[in-house]
Design a protein around this ligand. Structure first.
Ligand code: GLA
Length: 655
């Protein structure tokens, strides 16, 4: 670790059985020795609460803590997080462990932070046990107050679901072949699952803090590729620093996806430093096919996280294990040993991070963009409902497509939770933000009224926070205010897909773009609304959409609102951004060279520019100002400020 420049270790995350081998035996000796050995070598410990997975003896003596799946099957022990978030018995054992750890390590100078649980929600997010049922009833009562309010919110008149008292409220357990759970009930169950785990985290944190005050707490979030598991906008304020586990997405969107996930993390960090708690030096072992990282990707990905605002770079795992479920998962020290490409890469990274730190990177913050793409966990959950016009809706992927579209158009966007304050941005984008409350719509309309540019996607604002459809035409959220702002009204959705055999699989737009999934039949209602593109051609005609508006712009107060009435791929979103959004975006941070991800981290004293090629091609940079700090797979040109950054290379300069 010394050789690699490691200075922090997250320790004992799955070691409850070592710390408490049986109910009444405690064993801290091994952990004391490791913490001391690390500490004396200048390596700090981010010590786990160790509650992520309980020892087998606990499951033997208290099988009632095991979660239950939606079919009523008990979820067995042997993996991770095999416990009910609402089990009072499990909580008692977990808090006892937290207190023992806090007492034992409260004065240990080498323990510098507490690492709570691990990826809360990964394996026990959905628990259908009787404990969960009782807790859900209490949660609903606290939320709705009266059973009438719940009946109204859940629309229980439909399918004879009227609830007479909170004792009749049900969890969305398996209902036979019919998977169509009442959407507001499902959405509340998602919120409930989030809240139960957050409460559990808080109880663990408070138990430790009472005994060991003053040390920072974190827990590793899961934001990457296909998942944003919990409503982290609610969690971020409950930790002292956020941290994330990011696993790469193979293929051409590798770096873009990383940057998009990190853009959300940087917003969740609330202006404080944040950690990449886990990523991989090379392949993982949990996909059907596990691609390794190519030469340089270990360094490139790590520095890309730094470029996007991360202040610490950690990996799962230090030593690649010899046995167990994760033996084929890459590590910092691989099976091959220290004489290996991976370990040499790790050592090289250690040096680069030290160089950046010595050059004053610590304390700098990522420069914000002018555009915020708004993300909402609630909409992410809502789009998973099996009751929608299309089951291909995916809010998180649409966020990523827009993010990539901006990069391809030479602009960087931020990703910001809908619930946060985004009023300082110039432009906001709402991609498939399916559910918007009246209050959300009011905030959005006020933003446009006072000069902002709002871009509303095709399946945004169809329902409110209770999953009630806004009436009078789509998108109906906000009692018509969203429609007013957009100056449009739509009556039907046109859904394409392989289900519709013999039907067109795509429809063209008058400006050359193509839609493949979802089209709104947009009618223009605003006096000054402009039609920017219509559906056009044979396929459009076949679906009675020919000549109908598809993309519109409406002046609203001092600002304007765009409606993108159909789905578009990244290339077409890019064209749209280039054509229509270049003007409002002019004052935003722009990157002339779209082959490169360019970010800036700043403090009062210095600015660091990061340049990373987005694709496989090497890129030539000219006129780069500042002193080079890191030149990874990068050559300096003859002319001042010119560089060649090769595939997976990174250039960092300091101004
Ligand atoms: C998760 C866990 C780790 C490990 C990695 C593997 O993020 O927290 O313990 O299983 O995945 O990628």
């Amino acid at each position: 670790m010394g050789q690699a420049g490691v200075n922090t270790v997250a320790l004992a995350i799955f070691s409850w059985d070592r710390i408490q081998p049986t109910e009444d035996r405690w064993n801290f000796g091994w952990l004391d020795r490791i913490i001391e050995k690390l500490g004396k070598a200048g390596i700090a410990t981010d010590l786990a609460s160790a509650t992520a997975t309980a020892p087998l003896w606990l499951y033997e003596s208290h099988p009632e803590v095991l979660p239950v799946d939606r079919y009523g099957h008990i979820v067995n022990a042997g993996s991770r997080q095999s416990w009910q978030p609402t089990s009072p018995v499990f909580k008692e054992y977990a808090l006892r462990l937290c207190r023992r750890l806090a007492e034992h390590y409260k004065d240990n100078p080498y323990v510098t932070a507490w690492h709570m649980g691990n990826e809360y929600g990964w394996n026990n997010r959905y628990d259908y046990s009787d404990n969960a049922l009782a807790a859900f009833r209490t949660w609903c009562e606290a939320k709705y107050g009266t059973i009438d309010a719940l009946n109204e919110a859940w629309g229980t008149a439909f399918w004879s679901q009227h609830v007479n008292s909170f004792d009749e409220v049900l969890l969305p357990r398996h209902m036979g072949g019919d998977a169509m759970v009442n959407p507001p009930q499902q959405l509340d169950y998602e919120r409930f699952g989030n809240d139960m785990l957050l409460d559990f985290y808080k109880a663990e944190r408070d138990a430790i803090e009472q005994i060991c005050p003053g040390k920072p707490f974190t827990t590793n979030f899961m934001v990457s590729t296909d998942q944003c598991v919990m409503d982290y906008a609610k969690w971020a304020g409950e930790v002292d620093f956020v941290s994330n586990d990011h696993y790469f997405h193979e293929g051409e969107s590798h770096l873009d996806e990383l940057a998009c996930s990190d853009a959300l993390m940087d917003s969740l960090a609330l202006g404080k430093p944040w950690y990449v708690m886990e990523h991989s030096t090379s392949a993982v072992q949990w996909k059907p096919l596990n691609a390794r990282k190519r030469a340089g990707e270990l360094m490139r990905d790590s520095l890309a996280h730094v470029a996007m605002g991360a202040d610490a770079i950690c990996f799962f795992q230090w030593r690649q294990s010899k046995s167990g479920a994760e033996a084929f998962h890459s590590a910092m020290l691989p099976h091959a040993g220290a004489d290996s490409k991976v370990f040499r890469g790790v050592c090289e990274l250690g040096k680069a991070l030290k160089t950046l730190s010595d050059a004053g990177l610590q304390g700098t913050e990522l420069e914000r963009a002018g555009t915020a793409i708004l993300f909402s966990s609630e909409s992410e959950w809502a789009t998973r409902s099996e009751t929608l016009p299309s089951m291909k809706l995916n809010h998180w992927h649409d966020v990523r497509d827009w993010y990539r579209g901006f990069l391809d158009a030479g602009l960087r966007a931020d990703v910001v939770p809908l619930a946060y304050d985004w009023t300082d941005y110039k432009t906001i984008v709402l991609p498939t933000v399916l559910s918007l409350s009246d209050e959300d719509v009011r905030r959005i309309a006020d933003f446009a009224k006072t000069g902002g540019t709002v871009i509303v996607g095709y399946a945004t604002g169809l329902v409110d926070e209770y999953f009630h459809i806004g009436l009078g035409g789509y998108p109906g959220a906000g009692n018509g205010l969203l429609r007013d702002m957009l100056g449009i009204r739509s009556e039907e959705f046109n859904i394409l897909g392989e289900e519709a055999e013999g039907e067109p699989s795509e429809i063209s737009l008058s400006n050359g773009l193509t839609t493949r999934l979802w089209q709104n039949d947009v009618n223009v209602t605003g006096e000054h609304a402009q039609v920017l593109a219509t559906y056009a051609g044979e396929e459009a005609d076949e679906w009675e959409l020919d000549g109908m508006a598809a993309v519109t712009r409406n002046p609203y107060g001092a600002g304007e609102a765009y409606f993108v009435g159909c789905d578009l791929d990244v290339a077409d979103l890019t064209k749209l951004i280039r054509t229509y959004l270049a003007a409002p975006a002019q004052s935003q941070q722009s990157q002339a060279n779209t082959d490169v991800l360019h970010t800036v981290r700043k403090s009062a004293d210095a600015a660091f520019d990061f340049y990373l090629p987005r694709g496989k091609k090497e890129v030539e940079l000219q006129g780069v100002e500042g002193e080079p700090v890191v030149l990874f797979q990068t050559e300096r040109g003859e002319e001042n400020g010119s560089y060649t950054v090769r595939r997976n290379g990174v250039l960092v300069v300091r101004r």
